[in-house]
Ligand binder design. Structure first.
Ligand code: SGN
Ligand code: CA
Length: 534
């Protein structure tokens, strides 16, 4: 019997949740059954949530969840990529078990057991709104209204129960609006679980028009590891997610002008940007139409044109160009976060106005972490901390407020946790564990002491090599395989920035042996058959 089942057997699921709320600082017992609003952003780094890190951007509404709830300080994913993370969340299982190991070739098998199906069978209404990214159509939800593919920032295309429609406006606002429409029309006799999945702040970080320029007077601190030379880490060097060498000034940083002047030899990037914006720059018939309407584009251009003019004039090179790229990246990204935060505020207001705050659990997370220039990177995928970790905040009505949960949690835990909150049984084959007990601020003595990770998407965009690994409180050990065969070992206490690969160094034999044993134990526990050559 694994630990989640043990908790269930000892306490009963609903009782577990009640025990947590009893000791709550908020005092008042929540009404049951509990509703759940599960908010998941796409690529939202913990570094850009001020409840976690105050260096970059203020997120007062998201921070309110931490102040009125629990901040998880050791929250991780199983495979740092969108589709795989979503599949882990829906099934409570690692990628090799749910079958969706990578975005490139994955098609989610919607016939398998999933969280919405289990909730539905338990009397819950469920809705999936926003980014889905699992290729096959959603199954098991009462209502689904999803963005196509990665989703668009402007005037996005949705598929609502099979029907395609374009909604005018900015993606983050619209996704919230659709959620409110569903909440307004739901059956109020039943509890609900709403999956609210924003596309933001995924690449290419296009801000809402009202937020353009809001960080123009801010100079973001350059990460200490921005100019990482990757000495001792072959796998860290083997990638195409460097701000310096791979971030594209046109596609990522919007430096294309209306006359079709191309500032990059990278044609596909221009086409991608053209699809988002500048249709008239591109040969007729080659592309899908640009997404912005004339009014939106005029506001966009009024902001970007002078920046483009300046960029052309300055002709930056070397470190000056790299640091300019970093600043533009951060300005765009943080502006997009500002809109996410505003929308979290709207969700709060809605729940309050409709008397739902007292019986609704709010969960805020991201599909994975994200590099904000650490090691010179953007994107994710690696088992390095910035990408392996993901934010997780949980506001439980009547629960503890303003506390930290320090135990290791992973996105395979979300399904069993939500089932536990709903008072429903957790099927035996779910690999994650309910972290409801951690909402008390105490980590049970027998809670997991290590985490398993496995990333598969290679060869593919960004060229991060396949790898698996184990993380304990102090160490992170990873093995990169396929066309590379490298182990990396980090002492996170002495080297939190992960610059010194200790693997193979004298004095590390004992800990390496222990970590490898733990890795094998986890591979057996989760039944991951390692086939390194495919
Ligand atoms: C797109 C992006 C990548 C990103 C993947 C996966 N390229 O392909 O930069 O890593 O998504 O992201 S883009 O040119 O299309 O913007 S994920 O979060 O969906 O897994
Ligand atoms: Ca993502």
């Amino acid at each position: 019997m694994d630990r989640s089942k043990l908790f269930f057997a000892l306490t009963g699921t609903a009782a577990t949740a009640a025990a947590v709320s009893c000791g709550g600082d908020a005092g008042k017992q929540p009404q049951r059954p509990l509703n759940v609003v599960y908010i998941m952003c796409d690529d939202h780094s913990y570094q850009t949530i001020s409840a976690y890190d105050s260096r970059f951007v203020k997120t007062p509404n998201i921070d309110r969840l931490a102040a009125e709830g629990v901040r998880f300080t050791n929250s991780f994913v199983a495979n740092s990529l969108s589709g795989p993370s979503r599949a882990c969340m829906l099934t409570g299982k690692h990628s090799h078990k749910n079958g969706f190991t990578n975005n490139e070739h994955g098609i989610f098998d919607g016939s398998q057991q999933t969280l919405p199906k289990l909730l539905g069978a338990g009397g819950y209404q469920t809705a999936m709104i926003g980014k889905w990214h699992l290729v096959s159509e959603p199954t098991g939800f009462d209502y689904w209204d999803i963005l196509t593919g990665q989703g668009d920032y402007y005037n996005p295309v949705f598929i609502r129960g099979g029907e395609r429609l374009v909604r005018e406006g900015y993606s983050t606002d619209i996704t919230t609006d659709v959620a409110f429409e569903w909440l307004d029309g739901r059956d109020t006799d039943k509890p609900f679980c709403l999956f609210l999945h924003y596309k933001a702040p995924h690449r290419s970080w296009m801000p809402d028009l009202q937020d353009l320029g809001m960080f123009d007077n801010v100079t973001f601190p350059l990460p200490e590891t921005f100019y990482d030379g990757y000495a001792t880490r072959e796998a860290a060097a083997a990638q195409e997610l460097s701000i310096i060498k791979d971030m594209n000034v046109v596609y990522d940083l919007k430096m294309a002008d209306k006359e079709g002047e191309i500032h990059t030899p990278d044609r596909p990037s221009l086409e991608r940007y053209g699809r988002d914006l500048y249709r008239r720059d591109l040969p007729p018939g080659e592309l899908v139409p640009g997404r912005m309407n004339a009014q939106q584009q005029a506001i966009w251009d009024a902001y970007y044109d002078p920046i483009i003019a300046r960029f052309k004039e300055d002709k930056l090179e070397g470190n000056a160009l790299s640091e300019w790229k970093y600043q533009r990246y951060m300005r765009d990204y943080c502006s997009v976060i500002h809109s996410v935060d505003r929308n979290v505020g709207r969700v709060y207001d809605y729940l309050q106005e409709h008397g739902l705050l007292e019986n609704t659990v709010i969960i805020y997370t991201s599909d994975q972490g994200f590099f904000m220039g650490e090691h010179g990177y953007f994107d994710k995928r690696y088992m390095y901390e910035e990408s392996f970790r993901t934010p997780l905040l949980v506001r439980m009505p009547g629960g503890k407020q303003g506390i930290d949960a320090k135990g290791f949690v992973q996105n395979i835990d979300y399904a069993p946790t939500i089932l536990d909150l709903a008072g429903l049984p957790i099927p035996e084959d779910i690999q994650g564990e309910s972290f409801v007990p951690l909402l008390s601020g105490r980590t049970p003595r027998d809670w997991r002491q290590s985490l398993y990770y496995h990333y598969y998407e290679y060869p593919a965009e960004h060229s991060v090599r396949r790898h698996y690994g184990v993380r304990t409180d102090r160490y992170s050990l990873m093995h990169f395989y396929n066309d590379l065969d490298e182990w990396e070992l980090f002492d996170l206490e002495k080297d939190p920035m992960q610059l010194q690969n200790l693997y193979g160094q004298s004095g590390m034999e004992e800990i390496t042996r222990e970590l490898k044993e733990e890795l094998v134990r986890l591979q057996k526990l989760y039944d991951d058959p390692i086939q390194e050559k495919n």
